[in-house]
Design a protein around this ligand. Sequence first.
Ligand code: SF4
Ligand code: SF4
Length: 288
Amino acid sequence: MITTKLNIHDKLPLTCSRTGTCCHGKQVLLNPWELACLAREKKLTPREFRDLYCEFGGIRLRFDGEIGWKGQQACSQYVDKFGCSVHLGRPLSCRLYPLGRQIQSGEVHYMYQGNDFPCLEGCPEVSALPHLSVDECLKDQMVGEFEKAQDEYLELMQNLADIAFMLLLDTGLAESGDKKTLRLWRVMGNEPPEVLAERIGQEWIDCLMLPEISDDLENSVSFAQKHHDLLQLKAQEKFGALQTNQELHEASVLIMGVALHLSRGIGADPKSLAEHWIDTAKENGAQE
Ligand code: SF4
Ligand code: SF4
């Protein structure tokens, strides 16, 4: 698929006609702060919201609503003739649509898929609406706090992977000739989300997606940092006194699984991340 890269000042038909065509047949991924924001908007606890409206432990919104545009099912939050029922708490991917966001070498890029502007297919009327620049659209959609959350969770994901590295490389496990750990990192990178969620288990899925943080959610960075501290504490409690290589192997696989599951929720590709992390571990003496 061709990607059209954008300059922040490019003008596009970015005034949404709000017909909700893009609330059908899409994948809306969530980080834990976004899940908490959606729950607040729906006046539910994050757990209630997750159990009612999400898949794979909370990293994706269910699209099990009525059949609509192009015969596709609507998002679980879409209400016919009304629109998004959680508009103020909608996640980053909904705010950005049809744009995508990527960070390469520390720089943020925006783009859309294909040569033609995606909205024109389902909402051709947008071409007659005011054309906004990419940065005007980002301001209009109030993406700021949501982008900060995404970046903070990207860092948290890397820190979880670092625990998996430490358990493999700094404990004598890799030196013992272990080959099973990297093999399983690779398997997990290729696993469908429901299988990976099952492997991680409910306890860690809940720690990942339903952190007990009493903040008012206005500051996504503070939320993600507190979440980071909770996960580090849990890892310390669970992995601090491991004795055998089998225990170290299992712990390294588990926490890498959590990092890969989170990676999917923030829109990264678990397969290429797993490959990258396996290569790094091999460069540091681990074997597969
Ligand atoms: S396809 Fe574009 S214009 Fe139509 S509802 Fe979605 S974002 Fe708005
Ligand atoms: S959360 Fe709202 S804006 Fe996003 S896909 Fe669902 S209904 Fe549409």
